[in-house]
Write a protein that binds this ligand. Structure first.
Ligand SMILES: [Ca+2]
Ligand SMILES: [Ca+2]
Length: 242
């Protein structure tokens, strides 16, 4: 008897769950598919898999800022957009001019003030000095933290084959949490004639970072490791070598 009662309760629970699934509105952690009305876990929304069968869990603008729609119909996580590596089969996540970072020409002897509108989620600020041709060699310094005395923590690559190459060995998980803080951060970037790129924080006189061994590279690009369009960058010349 007790067993029969348990079976009835179990059936009732199963029935209720089925009803909940087909109900007009999905609750809490569930997303409702457009065509079928089916409820799927929120975790399956915007994961680049068509879990609804009608694509409604992967549609835009729903997934705007979470995924990037490749031109060939595919989809990648938005953090893959403009990170220097092709993730869409057609490479549309790395297309120009979408991925052209703010840049300026920097000659020997130039000193620049680089103002960055930094937010926590940017994680890092990368200074990449490349040739004017996209396939030219680059040097890169990636600032991801600052000490209370103004020293910068950074990763640098010398003589990468291209912009993308420079970032090859760096992943955000290898970087310590950023203490740069949100707000305007001004860096001083100096290109010395002895082939040294020196980057420091404004108002700190100490030389904190140098990247060596470049010649011919003139285009200074500034962007976070992962692409965020909401990081404004303003360049101004403190000293111009005419
Ligand atoms: Ca999905
Ligand atoms: Ca990519």
């Amino acid at each position: 008897m007790a067993l029969a009662k348990q079976a009835v309760i179990f059936l009732a629970v199963v029935l209720l769950a089925a009803l909940a699934e087909s109900a007009a509105t999905c609750r809490g952690r569930y997303f409702q598919c457009k065509s079928s009305g089916k409820c799927i876990p929120q975790a399956l929304k915007c994961n680049c898999e068509d879990d609804c069968g009608d694509g409604s869990d992967e549609a835009f603008p729903l997934c705007n800022g979470i995924t990037f729609p490749c031109k060939d119909g595919g989809c990648v996580d938005v953090s893959r957009k403009c990170d220097g590596f092709m993730h869409c089969l057609d490479g549309s996540d790395e297309a120009m001019p979408m991925c052209s970072a703010p840049n300026i020409t920097m000659q020997d002897g130039d000193v620049l003030s680089v103002n960055v509108g930094f937010k926590k989620h940017h994680g890092s600020v990368g200074f990449t000095l490349c040739g004017s041709d996209p396939t030219d060699a680059c040097v890169m310094a990636l600032v991801h933290d600052v000490s209370s005395s103004g020293s910068l923590y950074y990763t640098f690559s010398e003589k990468c084959a291209s912009d993308a190459d420079c970032y090859e060995d760096v992943s955000p998980s290898n970087l310590s949490p950023s203490n740069l803080g949100s707000g305007n951060v001004t860096f001083i970037v100096e290109r010395r004639e002895s082939s040294t790129l020196v980057v420091s924080l404004e108002n700190y006189s100490i030389e904190v970072m140098g990247v060596w061994d470049f010649d011919g590279e003139t285009q200074l690009r500034v962007k976070p490791l992962n692409w965020f369009e909401d990081m404004p960058v303003y360049f101004s010349h403190i000293k111009h070598n005419d």
